[in-house]
Design a protein around this ligand. Sequence first.
Ligand SMILES: Cc1cc2nc3c(=O)[nH]c(=O)nc-3n(C[C@H](O)[C@H](O)[C@H](O)COP(=O)(O)OP(=O)(O)OC[C@H]3O[C@@H](n4cnc5c(N)ncnc54)[C@H](O)[C@@H]3O)c2cc1C
Length: 549
Amino acid sequence: MTRRLATRVLVIGGGINGTGIARDLALRGVPVVLVERRELGSGTTWASSGMIHGGLRYLQKDPQVTEHSCLDSGAIQRIAPHLVFRIPFLMPVFRDDPLGPELVEIGLEMYDRYVPLKNGRPHTRLTRAQALTLEPALSDRIECAFTLDEWGVDAARLCVANALDAADRGATVLTHTEVVELLRDPSGRVNGARLRDRIRGDEAFVEAELVMNATGPWAPKLARLAGETLRLRPGKGIHLVFERRVSNVAIYAKGVDGRDMFTFPHEQNSMAGTTDDDYYGDLDRIDVTEDDVAYVLQAMERSIPRIREHRVLHAIQGVRPTLFGFGAYEDELSRDYEIVDHGAGGGAPGLYSMTGGKLASYRLMAQDAADRLCGALGVSAPCRTAELPLPGGEAPADLPALAARFRVGLAAAARLAFRHGARARSVLEAGEDAHARGRRVVCACEPVLDAELRHVARSEGLRRLTDCTLRVRLGVGACQGAGCAATAAGVLAEELGWDAARAVREVAELAAARWRAVAPVVAGAQVAAMELHRHVNFGMLGLAEEILP
Ligand SMILES: Cc1cc2nc3c(=O)[nH]c(=O)nc-3n(C[C@H](O)[C@H](O)[C@H](O)COP(=O)(O)OP(=O)(O)OC[C@H]3O[C@@H](n4cnc5c(N)ncnc54)[C@H](O)[C@@H]3O)c2cc1C
């Protein structure tokens, strides 16, 4: 029988905005259904740099964006202290830069005004010698350098934490479930949706008083299901991920066209980016081109001359749901956001859309959206998302105690504590009944423990092996899944009741996904090495056909 759900608000899109809105509403006691057609955070959110900062470059044109982002960065640090990390930046100034150190410093002095909001330290000016001592990777052609203090977050885990909290407060969260039709009553009001489960293939209906379209760059497509037009200026952005860290601290770089870019340490890797190009293509197949890669490497090379000696592991790409503007370069477009009440504009009542914005200000944006939805529903409960910790953010985990009690390495315990915060202990407990295999390191690159896989399957609603890439960073290290996919699939098969054929399909899917991420960045002898590696590991499972591009 077709499943039927009834709720007050249907939130569509499990990126940072959808999960943030669902959490906010659930905390106000509003019944919510949240649907995501793939894995939580797998759209633009996963592709972001994960910076929760004000964005120095928005200061001139969009100071309110800088202020909101810094303000919300402070809140995110409070509610999810386990998921954030400090990113000290160096901004080198070269002799041939159009702006000399004095002008750069004026900009930084202005940015310093926002620093207390995000718990940062004001900038300092370093001599050439000081900068090179601090960061030997830096070019010796610099005149001087400035320090800046920023924060990063695991954006995918932030989505999961918001969704988990929403679910803990009564929301229904459905992943790998796509809205394929918006339903309308005889008056034309949007009052629900038809959903398709993309794994099982079955359908369900959800009735809702209000529908929130939080589908990021897909928002125009979703709005069209109700006959509505939304305009965005979608901007493609890519990052290159290097094996291991290429520098001690984050370093600013300039693109050949003068764009600000940077490389920054991220987990045990470094990330470099990003690009921003108008995008008109398929949102489900965003290609990374040779030009993208060459542009990023060229920019990085000026600040870090030996960058090309480092191995690029893979690329990450996504599309920004930037607000529409005509006649401006991509970089000059506003990073502000809008909440559209389609009914108020003479369109489809009952449907709202959120467009634009930044990860860094997601909580404030979600608050604004929830205020609007609650106003329409007659709910007066206030927003509580800035005070109540996200799951895991309640208290710091005691790393040495965890490592000793469960006999796992400190590095593995630290990774768990980063992703799960105070819940790290229950993660390890989940592995205790698995014949002591919970302590086993499944992915040595990260390291990911067997227990963590069991936990995300049992307690976080994980449905696919490929979801592990975002949830626990399985397969994004040096092995790119070749060394861990089969073992991980075995663990998930036990937990989720997969048969052998399903487990093999899941491995093939992960292998194909990782190859799509790797293929644009490998060249020369590395291609042969990667091919050999993949075929030795996956070929043993009889997957050679499936993984060939
Ligand atoms: C390269 C790059 C770097 C960035 N760096 C930063 C940064 O450092 N700091 C910062 O603050 N911001 C950054 N941003 C911006 C930030 O990532 C975005 O503003 C934010 O992630 C948008 O989140 P979202 O939830 O709106 O969209 P998404 O994360 O794309 O979520 C939308 C979700 O909707 C789902 N969906 C679509 N259609 C349907 C459907 N029919 N049914 C169900 N689900 C559906 C999609 O699968 C997707 O998961 C960056 C963006 C890019 C591209």
